[in-house]
Design a binder for this molecule. Structure first.
Ligand SMILES: [Zn+2]
Ligand SMILES: [Zn+2]
Ligand SMILES: [Zn+2]
Length: 142
């Protein structure tokens, strides 16, 4: 994370609270984590937060675009610190591992439908699904 959590919060015009700082720190340690995963990590750091409080902090941070939320089909919402760069995700269909991939064009929308039906298309959300190298190897061994 390029900026310390407190500075990130101030830059976004948000109040610096223990919970928000803890959420950002735990995400720096584990990207694309779910709220439950973050709550466990935060608790392990000695900051007890209810799941509700974690969700609320994540919501505020997402609304302020300090965080990005992704919702791969069949998965709980996941959060990350990498915002505003139109990157995409590779998701493993077996272990749910999520990996960032740069957008080939960087500009949104990097893909247009064959027919926009008059929509001013702003973004294309792209998720690539498949087996990660570890799972591909295990499948091959089975
Ligand atoms: Zn996998
Ligand atoms: Zn990502
Ligand atoms: Zn793209």
């Amino acid at each position: 994370m390029s900026l310390p959590p407190a500075e990130r919060l101030r830059a976004a015009g948000l109040k610096v609270t223990k919970g928000r700082v803890a959420a950002l720190e735990s995400l720096a340690a584990q990207s694309h984590a779910t709220a439950e995963e973050l709550q466990r990590r935060i608790a392990a750091e000695g900051v007890p937060m209810t799941l509700q409080a974690v969700y609320l902090a994540l919501q505020v941070l997402t609304d302020a675009q300090v965080l990005r939320r992704i919702e791969p089909a069949g998965s709980a919402a996941r959060y990350e610190l990498r915002v505003g760069d139109n990157h995409h995700h590779l998701v493993c269909t077996r272990c749910s591992r999520v990996v960032d991939v740069d957008c080939a064009t960087e500009e949104a929308p990097c893909l247009l439908p064959a027919d926009t039906h008059g929509f001013a298309v702003a973004t294309a959300e792209i998720t690539f699904w498949g087996l990660c190298p570890g799972c591909a190897e295990e499948e091959g061994a089975e």
